[in-house]
Design a binder for this molecule. Structure first.
Ligand SMILES: *Cc1c(COP(=O)(O)O)cnc(C)c1O
Length: 239
């Protein structure tokens, strides 16, 4: 009998595979990143045993604790939360990917603080496609400027764009937000010669729409781990 985590991961992989086929994407072109906020280290260990290679966290202190407990595993660590400027040093040291970059100031700090012994830090710019005031991410209008400046920085490799659209139940509405991100990526590549190969979009409730619009990486929490624990105390937001 496979365990619950294994069953959920298999089900997510089947959803991804079915969407790849339905929307004429090459099979295997969508990378599954497991979002483990508010899940403990044991849950992540079980997911890795079930085949997960990439894990994403939203909060720095919470992530560092789990990383220390899982140091024996070859996990690719992604950061997908709000970036505070006093945490860029830790992020530059302890993560492989940052999906939530939205300010040049943070990028220059990360570039300066990435340890020389490690490869380039993989970067996605977060885009606020619906212009929601409380949400992180750069507007579509400001994206071009930020992307061009960021692409020049050493020690960072700009891989693509990330978004968390406003939740929508309607499949076409879900697709429309993801299509906006895809067009923004295509235009950066076509008009400025960038080579952005990553669209980080799609969560448990909308991964099919994201795959339909070209997601190369989906960030899946509840569908992999089950419901989250109540939120622990957060580090205060200082900027
Ligand atoms: C929590 C979170 C996810 C995963 O959400 P689920 O709905 O649990 O799959 C993905 N991306 C970001 C940025 C998140 O904060």
């Amino acid at each position: 009998m496979p365990n619950a985590v294994q069953q959920r991961i298999d089900a997510v992989r089947q959803r991804i595979r079915a969407a790849e086929e339905r929307f004429h994407r090459p099979v295997g072109s969508v990378r599954l990143v497991a979002v483990s906020k508010q899940q403990n280290a044991a849950a992540i260990r079980a997911a890795v045993t079930a085949g997960i290679t990439d894990v994403a966290e939203n909060y720095v202190q919470e992530a560092l604790k789990k990383q220390a407990q899982l140091a024996d595993l070859p996990i690719v660590w992604h950061f997908i939360g709000r970036i505070q400027s006093n945490k860029t040093g830790v992020l530059a040291q302890h993560f492989d990917w940052i999906h939530s970059l939205d300010r040049l100031k943070l990028a220059t700090r990360l570039a300066r603080q990435r340890p020389p012994g490690r490869g380039a830090l993989q970067i996605c710019i977060q885009v606020n496609v619906d212009n929601e005031p409380a949400k992180g991410g750069v507007s579509l209008e400001s994206l071009e400027n930020l992307a061009l400046q960021l692409a020049e920085l050493p020690r960072l490799r700009l891989r693509g764009l990330m978004t968390v659209p406003r939740p929508a139940l309607d499949f076409q509405a879900q697709r429309a937000a993801f299509a906006a991100l895809r067009r923004a990526r295509d235009s950066l590549n076509d008009q400025h010669g960038l080579e952005l190969d990553t669209l980080s979009m799609g969560m448990s409730a909308d991964l099919e729409a994201a795959v339909a619009e070209g997601a190369t990486l989906v960030r899946i929490g509840t569908a992999v781990f089950g419901p989250r624990e109540p939120a622990p105390e957060r580090e205060p937001l200082s900027d």
